[in-house]
Design a protein around this ligand. Sequence first.
Ligand code: TNX
Length: 510
Amino acid sequence: AIFAITFSLLLFTSLSAWANAEQAATIIPKPVTYTTGSSTFTLTSSTSIYVQGTNAAQTDEIYKIGQYLAGKLSPATGFAFNVVKSSTPPAGSIYLTTIGGNAASGQEGYTLNTSISGVNLTAYTPEGLFRGIQTLRQMLPPDIEKSSLVTGVPWIIQQAAITDAPTYPWRGHMLDVARHFFTVDNVKRVIDLMAQYKMNILHLHLTDDQGWRIQINSWPDLATIGGSTQVGGGAGGYYTQAQYTDIINYAKDRYITVVPEIDLPGHVNAALASYGELNPDGQKKSLYTGTSVGFSTLMTQAEITYTFIDDVIGELADITPGPYIHIGGDEASSTNQADYDYFIGRVKTIVANHGKTMIGWNPALRPDLATAGSLLQNWSPTVATDTGIDYILSPKTKAYMDYKYDSSNPIGQTFAGYNPTDDAYQWDPTDFAPQSSVKGIEAPLWTETIRTMADIEYMSYPRIPGHAEIGWTPKSMRDWNEYKYRLAAQGPRMTNEGIHYYPDPVVPWS
Ligand code: TNX
């Protein structure tokens, strides 16, 4: 009997070690260098998280990251994971530190070493530690992502040595909260889900014809009238400035920068419906709940328009710690070219006066309309030239999360065909712009047909992990035929997180 028990224990241990070696090889985004060893580290009820920065303020910041990690590991394991400020972790600890972090690994790089003696995560910045924690999560069995206690699972981490850093500093996701409104809790969940794939920008499309979603104290009717409906005629909604700040802080704790967009000079019916003085005839427009684009415009030759924009951008800048304000600029087909150019020139000055860097969709930022540092978000799938402006690439045929994967999907759009998970993965920003002008990539989720959190998850997953990998992992290391198995391995993780993902048949789910 003793022999049988020993034998089955041995078998069990080696099987789970094998399972973990497999698991380790499924990390998304794929780490830049990654080697495994034969030992393992097992989380137990006595595992603690040690944290140490290079000064007291940094140690406090890393302490919060340690608590975040404990919050991720505790529910399924049932272990407490005490977080301890100290630079002398005993064997068997998880250690998060910037001591010894190398500037060359950059703002988001990290090194992660795991072995029988513990976990050592080192980075140059706390942000790098946060990114590294996302890797560590994926080295544990998928059950770690369950929100309640799981018993009988050995919480094993395979010995590994990883050095990692992103290719691009901008790995974004956009949520359109204007066509349909989404609650603060919905947005927080979007943030949590994208954070695990190391994405770092959340672009909020706050205004459009169908809704104005941010409270502006000097123009209160924008939110109360302009925010009162949405596509299909539902109740809509808006964020108070306090709620917006809550979202920003939640994102900041996950090292994600929020980029707010006020779409101008088109896509403004909600504003025109809130204030008569923004219209040529002084009359408020009717609220709009359809899905057409290109029919509304601000009065580009009226000073009231610039007073309005200065007030809106000013208040938004005051409550936005990030450096960017997105001014839209897309599909302004009711604004003639000369008026459009004049308008963008005025808005560029307003944004600069409020200390922010301007981002615009094409065609807003031609070289003559841009300022130093401003970014052009390019939705067009035609290849851009080097104009001296940096690009955020969102080619609609690849990056748009609102396009259906295939004809079976009950929601989504089909303007430029389908965007199945393999196509959404198989591209590189340098296919669309010269390497030297690529700032990064961004996956927009427009929500004309998206009404619920489950809808958001269905369109974004499983495409978002691939998008995150395109932004993080060098092009030379990416291949769909290898990636698809790593993505399949995310299935149980996504299920455990309650993500309502589309089981796209192009992925070999097992
Ligand atoms: C284009 S391209 C839009 C949005 C729509 C989207 C639908 C661009 C910047 N704007 O107004 O929601 O297509 O896919």
